[in-house]
Design a protein around this ligand. Structure first.
Ligand code: NAD
Length: 355
């Protein structure tokens, strides 16, 4: 057995009520002036977090937006500068945490981030950042953007709308599924990925009955943490390339695209990586990773066709061209005709098969 394993040094607190440790955690990091970031939608709780910080709170910037527009980064930079901030509390999903990362990057490692995730996207566990300028999102990896501390408080996810919760949950499963066949995976990332899928599959169906069920919310957030961890540790493959292309080229919604495509991506790679697929099957309690996931998604009432989220048939060839121009590393060779067939089946919502 040969592998490299490089976990990041982060402090994780998990559990209902762990939010109350926020001020202590800032003190632990020896930070004196924290600005709380949020989207406009989550501004009220951001302001109550500011109050809880007492003398360590320096303000609230509540204008985080999807895909981290550079104009927002500039305004937030000015805000932080005016308040002499030395720390950021990023309260929200991947968009808010993405803004925190962009700010930390531009501050050259001088800003600490405490992340308080309220979705299952997993950005808080990775060194990946992205900034959008002139409609182009530039991404990269840098250790300075990694949150020092992450507070996972399932109570904060109780109000996450059901549809966003389920899409976000499948998005997290996609990180773990691809981690299981990544060329740079390790026995540890395999364990984390399998357990992450298991926890999400355990928690998500019950959310349909009661989206405020605290036990299911705990399972989902725990699973999202593990899936985010492997996203940060290993290289993603064909599935993420397809989703990034559909998002970047056609502006299709991020988590919805992941949800529709994942069964098809797994079907494409199925025969190339039998052990990885067995781990997905064990985690899900299903006999076939691709069709089992397709059924799981259908039963959750989520869409199974790209047509349903606004993709036009004529764009299939364009997406295929972009994917073929710079494919990500993948266990099965990425072939144009097969990818065309995969995209066509995902477009019209067919059952996933080995194309
Ligand atoms: P998001 O952060 O855009 O949140 C979606 C909406 O849900 C927002 O309006 C937000 O205010 C609201 N919301 C969030 N939590 C809520 C809660 N608990 N209750 C009520 N409303 C809530 O969505 P997301 O899916 O978390 O993040 C998507 C973004 O994250 C994408 O831009 C994606 O590229 C990025 N991302 C980055 C990484 C990385 O490693 N850098 C990883 C995953 C995702």
């Amino acid at each position: 057995m040969n592998f490299a394993y490089s976990p990041f040094a982060q402090r994780i607190l998990f559990g209902n009520g762990c939010l109350s440790n926020l001020r202590n955690e800032l003190q632990r990091l020896k930070r004196m002036r924290a600005v709380v970031l949020s989207t406009p939608h989550q501004a009220a709780l951001a302001h109550s977090l500011l109050l809880s910080l007492e003398d360590l709170g320096a303000g609230v910037f509540s204008d985080a937006k999807m895909h981290v527009p550079v104009e927002t980064v500039h305004r937030a930079q000015d805000y932080l500068h005016a308040r002499q901030a030395d720390a950021i509390v990023a309260y929200g999903g991947g968009s808010t945490i993405g803004l925190a990362k962009a700010l930390a990057l531009r501050a050259g490692g001088k800003l600490s981030i405490i992340a308080i995730p309220t979705t299952y996207a997993g950005s808080e566990m990775t060194t990946i950042y992205g900034i959008t300028e002139n409609s182009l999102k530039t991404t990269g990896r840098d250790l300075s953007v990694l949150p020092s501390t992450v507070l996972y408080d399932p109570n904060l996810t109780l109000d996450l709308p059901l549809d966003i919760s389920l899409f976000s949950g499948v998005n997290a499963i996609a990180h773990a599924a691809e981690a299981l066949y990544a060329h740079d995976r390790s026995p540890i990332s395999d364990l984390l990925a399998q357990e992450g899928i298991r926890a999400l599959v355990q928690g998500m169906p019950a959310l349909r009955l009661d989206s405020q069920d605290p036990i299911s919310r705990s399972y989902c957030l725990y699973g999202a943490w593990l899936c985010g961890t492997v996203l940060g540790q290993v290289t993603m493959g064909l599935h993420h390339k397809l989703c990034h292309t559909l998002g970047g080229t056609l502006d299709l919604p991020h988590a919805e695209t992941h949800t529709i495509l994942l069964p098809h991506s797994l079907a494409y790679n199925y025969r190339a990586v039998p052990q990885a697929m067995q781990r997905v099957e064990a985690a899900m309690g299903t006999r076939h990773a691709a069709t089992g996931l397709y059924e799981f998604i259908s039963k959750l009432g989520l869409p199974t066709s790209l047509r349903d989220i606004g993709m036009q048939e004529k764009d299939i060839a364009l997406v295929c061209d972009v994917v073929m121009a710079h494919p990500y590393s993948n266990p099965r060779e990425v072939e144009r005709d097969s990818i065309m067939r995969l995209l066509r089946r995902a477009w019209d919502g067919s059952v996933p098969i080995d194309t």
